[in-house]
Each structure stands twice: as C-alpha cells, then as structure tokens.
Design a protein around this ligand. Structure first.
Ligand code: ZN
Ligand code: ZN
Length: 343
C-alpha cells in the first residue's frame, strides 16, 4: 500500500509498505481522510521528539472497516468509522476510573517515542484497536469526520470548565481548537463568547462561527475591553488555546475573581505565571488533555450542525500531495487551518 512516510526529520516521501495485519482486537481501516494536525507538523521537524523516524504519522482519520480481528464483535466489514487518537490499555488505575486520556500506558496513533511506535493513517490502511473506534453517520463526509478528534479536544476542555447558563466566556486563540472551543462553550450555555487572536482572518472566521465580539491583542487592550463589557469584573470562564506565557497571562487577567481558566494550549514547556493574581483572586486553573469519551457527543453535535467544521477545512488533497502540504504548513502559510489528505 501507499503511505506517507517520515523517513528522516523534515523528509517525507510516498513509499510502498506492507498492509498492516489487524490483531485479534483490532480493525483494519481503509483510510478515506486524515487531517494534518499541528502536532504532526511539529513532529515533522523533530521539535517535539514524538515522531521518531521512520514513522507514518496521522491520527485524525476516518474510513471504512476492511477487516476485523477474531475477537471484534462491535463492527462489521464496510462500516464507516473514525477513531480516537489515544490508545488506552483499559486496565490501569486511570482506565478503570474512566479517565482513559490519563492511561498509564497511553499510546497515540501515528506517534513514535522511545517507548512506543504506532503507525498512523497517512496511508491507505491503518490498524486500530476496536475499543477506540466509533461508527459514523452515513451522511457525514469523511473529510469532516477527520476533524472529530479536534472537536473532542475542544469539547473535553469545555466539559472541565464550570460554565453556567448566561455566562460570559473568553477564548484565547482562534486556531483550530479555539474556533471549536468557541462553538463548544456556546453550546454549553455561555451567552457571550469573546475571542482573542492576532490574526484578522481568524477573527473574521470566529465571528462567522458565533463569537459575540472579537479582539486583536496586537492592536487592542483586550483586558480593558473585556472589563468594560463585564461591569469591570472580567469574564466568568476563559479557555486558553495557545499555550505560551503571553496568552496565558491574558487569560488570567481576563477572568473575574473566582472564575476559571482552562488550559488547552500546550506549546511552551514552562510559563511565567502571575501567582498573586491567581491566588488572591481565587482563580481556578484547569489543565485539559486530549479527550475522554466525548466522541459520540461530538459526532452528534457535528451531525446536527451545533458544531460546524466545514469552514475550518482549508484544503482537501490527495495523499500524494502530502509532502507539499506539510511544507506549506511548516512554512506557516497564512490562512491555512485544517488540511485533510485523502489516500
Ligand atoms: Zn491532533
Ligand atoms: Zn490504562
């Protein structure tokens, strides 16, 4: 089969590799669409150390069941499916508590570290454990289904946020996860959602997806603007979807006393934190990692339009063009959000 192989850092090529064989509890999925994640682009240049070559990347995928291992009962050949990016063990302390995203033996599809190597979905076929797969509605295009993983990250972040009906929320960062968090927090009851970014195109998109108001943190004093709109208090909750010091500082300054900041962005290993502002204003900081069982809810919200992903898809291209698209994303071409490859 054809696969897009990272054979060395910054070197991708289409190679002919053997079709993987599903284990007893696995599905062999014929990949119909696979999104390029920001983490794949960072993996491509070696900056994260989580895509050690040789590896087939790709964990945001959807396709059709081609074969199933002998112990698989839940799926049949021909089923349309997507799957979680996290492969959890199902047996450890955290899995038994239902916190599968915190599994002690967590592996990720399309990722290789010194501890594990899982071939991903930038290929004609991929094998995944049946326990992480989910059936897709007939009407959902595969290219949209490939964004469910990103939707689940946003929905999980919101699920950890104490948002109440009528609240004012701020989303810091209008990239993929920010634009999905905007929609998810609105669905969770937020009456007003303010979105902050430095890119006007992304802010336009945020408004078209339901942001009440947007702010450009390069041009505006965002904290002062938010204070003005909240009787001097600040927002009830903030979703931070960037993950660097400045953005987190903005998130902390934008929230009211007793409010909550959920940290979804994950870029800088360490940040500066205004400790006294957090402690004396009794702010809750909540980390959020991947997702944890939100897939069925996400599929339902996408199917009935409560969460829209179509405006976030910048391009759908054949797998053969993957090398070029990775380069364009790596070069940070403006205006590009999600690129979906079709094997
Ligand atoms: Zn991803
Ligand atoms: Zn586990």
């Amino acid at each position: 089969m054809k696969a897009l192989v990272l054979s060395a850092y910054e070197h991708l090529e289409i190679e002919d590799v053997p079709v993987p064989q599903p284990a007893d509890d696995e599905l062999l999925v014929r990949v119909k669409a696979c999104g390029i994640c920001g983490s794949d682009v960072h993996g491509f240049d070696g900056s994260t150390g989580r895509r050690m070559p040789p590896i087939v990347m790709g964990h945001e995928a959807a396709g059709i069941v081609e074969a199933a291992g002998s112990k698989v009962r839940e799926f049949r050949i021909g089923d349309r499916v997507t799957f979680d990016s996290t492969v959890y063990c199902g047996e450890c302390f955290y899995c038994r508590r239902g916190q599968v995203n915190l599994c002690d033996h967590r592996e990720v599809i399309g990722v290789s570290t010194p501890l594990f190597r899982r071939m991903g979905a930038f290929a004609e076929y991929v094998t995944v454990p049946a326990r992480i797969a989910y059936a897709l509605p007939e009407t959902m295009p595969f290219a949209h289904a490939a964004l469910i993983e990103a939707v689940s990250v946003a929905v999980h972040g919101v699920s950890l946020t104490p948002v109440e009906h009528g609240d004012t929320a701020v989303v810091v960062g209008a990239g993929m996860i920010g634009l999905l968090s905007l929609q998810a927090v609105r669905e969770a009851g937020a009456e007003r959602v303010f979105v902050v970014d430095v890119d006007e195109t992304r802010l336009d998109l945020a408004r078209s997806l339901g942001a009440t108001q947007t702010f450009n943190s390069k041009k505006q004093d965002v904290v002062a603007e938010i204070q003005k709109l909240t009787e001097g208090r600040g927002a009830d909750v903030v979703l931070e979807c960037v993950g660097i010091s400045d953005a987190i500082a903005l998130a902390v300054e934008s929230v009211r006393k007793g409010g909550a900041v959920t940290l979804v962005g994950n870029v800088a290993p360490k940040i500066d934190l205004a400790l006294q502002s957090v402690v004396s204003r009794q702010i809750r900081l909540q980390g959020s990692c991947a997702s944890c069982g939100e897939y069925p809810e996400c599929i339902a919200m996408m199917a009935d339009g409560r969460i829209q992903v179509a405006p976030l898809v910048s391009a759908v291209a054949p797998l053969e063009e993957g090398v070029r698209w990775f380069q364009r994303l790596h070069d940070r071409e403006p205006g590009l959000l999600k690129v979906v490859l079709e094997p």
